[in-house]
Ligand binder design. Structure first.
Ligand code: BDR
Ligand code: CA
Length: 316
């Protein structure tokens, strides 16, 4: 079977960077481009990190389009430097990239690419959905032309990680999430309910570092701040691989447990801003608008992640 062709819309970010590595290490996937967005840190740094990670693994032929620096409504989003470090990639240090983002804005790049090859491109959204929402508003035909959309975002039965009720990516641009959820695009949602079960531990990182490789060291150094944060605030020795888990929808769907649900997002502006809620009892009589991963074989995914990183580490 030919690999699934994907574009990742991303705010790197430690787990975003690991997602890029996992995509490049996975033969089931052909990574065609990255589009960047504000989120974990500002757009300058997310774009820089996207370029730097690609150069790090000799994949700088993959284009990067820079996207939006602000959400649709409101003030600049809360940054996640406490989790991802001020550079966005923890304690890892990557050389300043030589390559540049393309001249085209991410919104226009997404529209052009998706319309050029209808039903060919699957988009992975692993940051706030500002670029995608504006692309839908500018060119609604992309809704029919996308093959699929996999989103890391939301917390369905689980509490939030940025407010008691909201997950970071959705909270960072809830209005964008609202546009996307109501667009009609076939959505696969990977919320915190699943991602918090995929915990990379310090002993996993030590196992990977038995291979003397820049990849193994990058995983160790990039996750260091992330792991400190989890230890301090969440009490466990490791970190959740939120964004990498989205790729399981292609490379290991058997690890995920899905339910078809109607999911909406609160944009009313109160304490539940950005809360994602599912109509489990179908009281609204609305058809399902997405497939939601409510459970996962978390350890199975971590093993797969480690195997893929080990094989990449043996090459680089
Ligand atoms: C999401 O928030 C970001 O900090 C991570 O990169 C991930 O996309 C998890 O809530
Ligand atoms: Ca992210």
């Amino acid at each position: 079977m030919s690999p699934t062709r994907i574009i990742i819309d991303t705010d790197p970010g430690v787990d975003d960077a690991l997602t890029i590595l996992l995509a490049l290490a996975s033969p089931e996937i052909q990574l065609e481009a990255l589009t960047t967005v504000h989120g974990n840190i500002g757009i300058e740094k997310t774009t820089r990190n996207a370029l730097a990670v690609l150069e790090f693994v000799n994949a700088d032929c993959i284009p990067v389009a820079r996207g939006c620096s602000l959400p649709l409504v409101g003030t600049p989003p809360r940054s996640a430097e406490a989790v991802h470090g001020s550079s966005g990639i923890g304690k890892a240090v990557l050389p300043e990239p030589k390559s540049q983002p393309m001249d085209q804005h991410a919104i226009d790049y997404l529209i052009e690419r998706i319309l050029a090859e209808p039903q060919e491109i699957t988009l992975f959204s692993i940051g706030p959905m500002t670029n995608l929402a504006l692309a839908i508003r500018k060119e609604p035909r992309i809704v029919q032309a996308l093959k699929g959309l996999v989103i890391m975002g939301g917390a369905i039965r689980q509490g939030g990680n940025v407010t008691p009720l909201a997950e970071f990516n959705i909270h960072a641009d809830p209005h964008a999430a609202y546009i996307v959820f109501h667009s009609g695009i076939p959505i696969t949602l990977i919320p915190l309910d699943a991602t918090y079960k995929c915990l990379l531990t310090t002993s996993d990182v030590e196992r990977l570092n038995r291979i003397d490789s820049p990849i193994a060291r990058f995983v160790r150094d990039s996750t260091a701040v992330y792991m400190d944060f989890y230890k301090k605030y969440e009490g466990f020795d490791g970190c959740a691989l939120h964004d990498p888990l989205t790729l399981a929808a292609i490379i290991a769907p058997e690890l995920l447990v899905f339910e078809e649900l109607h999911v909406d997002v609160d944009i009313s502006g109160g304490v539940s801003l950005g809360n994602t809620f599912a109509d489990f009892m179908n009281v609204s009589k609305k058809p399902a608008n997405m497939k939601v991963a409510l459970d996962v074989n978390g350890r199975g995914f971590i093993e797969l992640f480690l195997e893929r990183m080990e094989s990449l580490a043996c090459k680089i």
